[in-house]
Write a protein that binds this ligand. Structure first.
Ligand SMILES: Cc1cc2nc3c(=O)[nH]c(=O)nc-3n(C[C@H](O)[C@H](O)[C@H](O)COP(=O)(O)O)c2cc1C
Length: 303
């Protein structure tokens, strides 16, 4: 059987299949379906300095081969995560990635300090958040803002920092290069694509926030394309996600350049999706006679 271990910027994962932030809570709910220690890692629900209730409902809409969400970072806050959720997660043999969102670079710095002191394995910096000081512009859409928040996170973190890129940009490689230049140890992509669904009878958007983020199988080709572009643009490793719901999807993402992958919305349709993706990926590696799953990374043969 192929060796499924992968290394993501110095952090060893027992296999390349992780679960994406916001789609697996803090792991508690899914423990009823399978042993979460089977997974390579968990990126926890996006944390903020203070607890948040999130956006008003409706905040989920079904779309063709996907879903739109405007959950709005509902979470108990970084201190409650460290006090109650992290010890619970630590009872499992799983790499813990803390996903963080802030309104200012200082908020990111403060959370990085607390989370590295608490012993998470890696920090994933969500830059698809508005920078309050820059008039609400999302960090992830401007190279200089993305670089600034990356540098602050790095300066306050004792563990590797992975920056999560937004797909809502013209050229994702520009942002990837900026965060690599500011010291990011890895990048993850893609976050959700902005979308809108309208109820024709009421003429109202389904989501109370009017717009939301699209994810699920519909976004896979966009994600694979962006991972491939970023792989060709930077040297740091990539955690690839967006639309993965099978081992073949995961293999595509790795061939495009990802060192590891995350399963997100697919878990809502099938709670066993992350382990199924892992088993199917193992079967693909075996069928192709690979010694190590790492042989897939970046091995696409473009025309
Ligand atoms: C309901 C929901 C909540 C999410 N919350 C977060 C979050 O808190 N932080 C974050 O960085 N990404 C968040 N995401 C984005 C996912 O982590 C992932 O990047 C995206 O959904 C694409 O993967 P998928 O198509 O497999 O779902 C969320 C996605 C969904 C569907």
């Amino acid at each position: 059987m192929a060796d499924m271990r992968v290394n993501l910027c110095g952090v060893e994962l027992k296999n390349p299949v992780t679960v994406a932030s916001g789609t697996f809570g803090f792991g508690r709910e899914y423990g009823a379906f399978f042993d979460i220690s089977r997974l390579g890692g968990i990126s926890v629900k996006g944390l903020t300095p203070l607890p948040r209730n999130g956006n008003p409902s409706p905040r989920i809409a079904e779309t063709p081969m996907g879903m739109l969400n405007s959950v709005g970072l509902q979470n108990p806050g970084v201190d409650a995560f460290i006090a109650h959720e992290l010890p619970e997660l630590r009872r499992h043999d799983i790499t813990v990635i803390a996903n963080i969102s802030g309104n200012t670079p200082e908020e990111y710095g403060e959370m990085c300090e607390k989370l590295s002191a608490a012993g998470v394995d890696m920090i994933e910096v969500n830059i698809s958040c508005p920078n309050v000081k820059a008039g609400g512009l999302a960090y992830g859409t401007r190279p200089e803002l993305a670089a600034e928040v990356t540098a602050v996170a790095k300066a306050h973190s004792a563990v590797p920092v992975m920056v999560k890129l937004s797909p809502n940009v013209t050229d994702v490689t520009e942002i990837a290069r900026a965060v690599e230049g500011a010291g990011a140890d890895a990048v993850s992509l893609i976050n959700t694509l902005r979308g809108m669904v309208i109820d024709v009878k009421t003429r109202r958007p389904i989501l109370k926030m009017n717009t939301g983020g699209l994810s699920g199988p519909a976004v896979l080709p966009v994600a694979v394309r962006m991972v491939w572009e970023v792989h060709n643009a930077v040297k740091v490793p990539i955690l690839g996600m967006g639309g993965i719901s099978s081992g073949s999807d995961a293999a595509q993402m790795m061939l495009a350049g990802a060192s590891a992958v995350a399963v997100g919305a697919a878990t809502f349709a099938d709670p066993f999706a992350p382990v199924r993706v892992l088993e199917e990926l193992e079967a693909i590696c075996d069928a192709q006679g690979l010694k190590s799953v790492t042989e897939l990374t970046g091995a696409v043969q473009p025309w």
